[in-house]
Write a protein that binds this ligand. Sequence first.
Ligand code: URP
Ligand code: ZN
Ligand code: ZN
Length: 456
Amino acid sequence: MSLLIRNGTLVFPQGLNKADLRVEHGKIAALGLNLPAGGSRVLDVEGKLVFPGFIDPHTHFAGIDRLADDFTSGTRAALAGGTTTLLDFATQCKGNPLSHALERWHAFADGNCSCHYGFHMAVTDWNDAVKAELPAMTAAGVTSYKIYFAYDALRLSDAAAYEVVKAVAAEGGVVSAHCENGDLVNAGIAAQKAMGRLSPDAHPLSRADTVEEEAVTRWLAIGELLGVPVNIVHLSARRALRAVQTARARGQTCYVETCPQYLLLTRAKYRLPGFEGAKYVCSPPLRAEEDCAALWAALLGGEIDTVGTDHCSFHFHGAKELGLKDFSSIPNGLPGVETRPVLLYTYGVAPGLITPSQMARVLAENPARLYGMYPQKGVLAVGSDADLVIWDRNYTSSISATRQVQQVDYTPYEGVKTVGRADTVLLRGEVVVSEGRIVAERRGRYVRRGRPWFWR
Ligand code: URP
Ligand code: ZN
Ligand code: ZN
């Protein structure tokens, strides 16, 4: 079955090109001017942008108590927004092998996903037996890992983090870190409570930017000592960014992810009346306007490699409310898998801050390269998967919890006016979203990933 996408404005890394795109057998078969229709079905997308399908490299749809979204609702929401592939964090249960986590995540996801999906492996209990599992992980298509420096139930010592990076590098993978100093977070929470500060506005004070900067610096030291590129997820603060810039100026290679919430929202949200601030409790916390500005400048300058969502959604009623009397009991995380592309377009591309190519780089090409999916995904090229987003740049709307696909009872972006939308989305050549509505579900396939691009 072949499809001719005609008159699109194709988004390439080098810029925009008006051309046609032919899809055959789920792949991009041809790109060029005035391609013949032959017997193909024709989709005329005059005036619209054609992006490679967006990749969200950071979601949590399972394994955490009281999550609002699972793989079924989360991947539907992703697809509705133009995300065609996402990577969720399979998390090792302490005392169990990585294979146990991988099996669990396949059981959570397989058959339920409306976009393509893969798994990072979060290592919480490092030992020789776990190390011996790495080749099996590679064979299963898991080539990226996460370690935590915060959260008592998840975090590793520096020595263990060092060993993970060393072993994963030998295996040809990449390790990301949650960079907050866990001991200092615990001390910060205790200090706030000792002062009787129990409401959501104590959350950012308990996890200051210093705590993130310190962990980023330590993580970079591990990468530097081993001579191995490392990745920092959900970077939120200008001080942490400066640590990255300093390391890069020394010649170190490292990668950085930020998220829309750190570009667009500030800690002022924690001072909203009543318990509203709980809706914005995530870690690292939202920062100051100056931090958002620094992250935007870094995005413009190509210093941010990927923009993920860290979608980790909890209902306000019944879940976030667990922390009504104690901010440290508010479950950490924000929803966002649905809104990442439209927010980046609205605040980045529409006002001319970034180009569509830059948007494609941080939402598709770079995640594909870093996480071993390039050039199968992340780029419009002959032979690549026909995961495509046809983007209507003139569509305007606003974000509302009542109209969202993600199944959570609020959105951090309520009332935000948006420009553009994923009008039509194709998954391996099949139209799965049309005029912004999902028309085919559960078509997502597990993505068996290869090595990160930097090892090839
Ligand atoms: O608050 C957050 N970010 N929750 C999700 C877990 C994580 O640290 O990524
Ligand atoms: Zn994290
Ligand atoms: Zn996360």
